[in-house]
Design a protein around this ligand. Sequence first.
Ligand SMILES: NC(=O)c1ccc[n+]([C@@H]2O[C@H](COP(=O)([O-])OP(=O)(O)OC[C@H]3O[C@@H](n4cnc5c(N)ncnc54)[C@H](O)[C@@H]3O)[C@@H](O)[C@H]2O)c1
Length: 305
Amino acid sequence: MNLEDIKTVLILGSGTMGQQIGFQCAVSGLDVMMYDIKADMLETADTRLKKLAKAYMKAGRLTPETAAAARNRIQMTTDAQKAGERADFVSESVPEDPELKARVFAQFHDICPAHAIFTTNTSSLIPSMFAEKTGRPERFAAFHFHDTRTTSIVDIMPHPGTAPEVVALIEAFAVRIGQIPIMLKKENFGYVFNAMIMELFKSAQTLAANDVASIEDIDRAWMGVMQAPMGPFGIMDSIGIDTVWKVTDYWANIVKDPQQGKNADFMKIYVEKGELGEKTGKGFYDYPGPVYAAPDFVDSKKKNS
Ligand SMILES: NC(=O)c1ccc[n+]([C@@H]2O[C@H](COP(=O)([O-])OP(=O)(O)OC[C@H]3O[C@@H](n4cnc5c(N)ncnc54)[C@H](O)[C@@H]3O)[C@@H](O)[C@H]2O)c1
């Protein structure tokens, strides 16, 4: 199988990530079949695709004509047989549950052509957890996107049984759809960027949970030295404190590190108050217009500013 043989992409799960990945494939000229178990999810996806097209147009990545052409390349269905029978490449974005993912892949293994490559967009699992259950472990790997509106970085993470030519094809496919592949030589929880950012979050949470410095000063230190537009707490607000708390709590229970448990408890206070960050208007900061976004946030403590 060559890169040119990949013409139809099947997206499993039409939620936040399925929409983004499907749209990026369609923008790149591929035919996309979007599958979901719920018709109302597909309706929502249709509305969200319009918003996604607007975001791409605003960023100068599409014209109204190219956006309409991309949308026309996307078909949506709740019929698994219809969805899978012509697929050359599968990208799975169903909820983060290894049992569910394994079940969905096994279902589509029976429907999709034998040559089709299977990929998972999982955030926190590793592919060997359910590779055998996909029915085609040698043609399966993780292919993980971030937010396609703001970054083109993708992770490619094979498991020990992934065929080398399949890894090479996924890498070529990533470039074909305008992405920048980060190649993992071995399985690693959190891939590359997420693994690094979680360490930053852990350090920031530890500083705040132990009352070493204020949330604002922790962000100010990071922003001032790194010349960055946001600090770790600003970033956690934008991701959603509930999401970051879930990962923090999960790992605190696995590694049984008391400090990580304390960090999870610190995050949980915000979750229980419903202060989840930007999406709820309040988190570590108030939105819109969080104080860290003010032009003088870092310099505001200077003597004469
Ligand atoms: N949201 C993010 O920022 C992000 C980023 C990278 C990776 N991920 C990963 O992507 C995956 C999906 O996340 P999301 O945020 O898009 O989730 P989501 O909840 O927005 O969407 C999941 C979709 O899967 C559908 N679904 C459920 N069961 C299904 C089945 N059996 N067959 C087909 N579709 C089914 C749901 O109806 C829903 O539309 C997860 O593994 C997540 O870890 C998420």
